[in-house]
Design a protein. Structure first.
Length: 137
């Protein structure tokens, strides 16, 4: 049981170091989201699952389209603020240093604050599936 947890922890630490050293423009100057996958790796201990680590920069006051992921999502706010809106739940505001969690296949969106946001996103999801699935109106 500790093997998957240890592996996931090491991946997150490695990704955090990469994200902090990653050169990205100030999110306040962006016109559209900037998403860079830093790592995609199959979990050796759990067949059919992979880890995706992404560096996400959102311009100010941007609301992403409603979507869901074929797995669980964990987001660490590196800079700025984000409001996480999970379908059927109250809004959750997160600031630099906070962590947000989106459950498996939960429809949600996120809205950046006035200064934009930079986020380290860690997902464990079904191998070979798209990173996100947009929800049609």
């Amino acid at each position: 049981m500790w093997k998957p947890i240890t592996l996931a922890f090491l991946i997150v630490v490695t990704g955090a170091a990469a994200a902090m050293s990653h050169d990205v423009r100030d999110p306040a100057t962006l016109q559209k989201p900037l998403i860079q996958d830093l790592l995609t790796e199959s979990l050796k201990s759990t067949e059919g699952l992979e880890v995706v680590l992404s560096h996400v920069a959102l311009p100010p006051n941007l609301t992403l389209p409603m979507h869901w992921h074929p797995g669980e999502e964990f987001a660490y706010i590196l800079q700025g603020s984000v409001t996480l809106i999970l379908d059927g739940e109250s809004e959750q505001k997160a600031f630099s240093g906070d962590v947000g969690v989106v459950p498996l296949k939960k429809v949600h969106t996120a809205r950046s604050g006035d200064e934009g946001a930079t986020i380290l996103v860690f997902r464990v999801h079904e191998e070979g599936q798209p990173g996100r699935v947009l929800v049609s109106d």
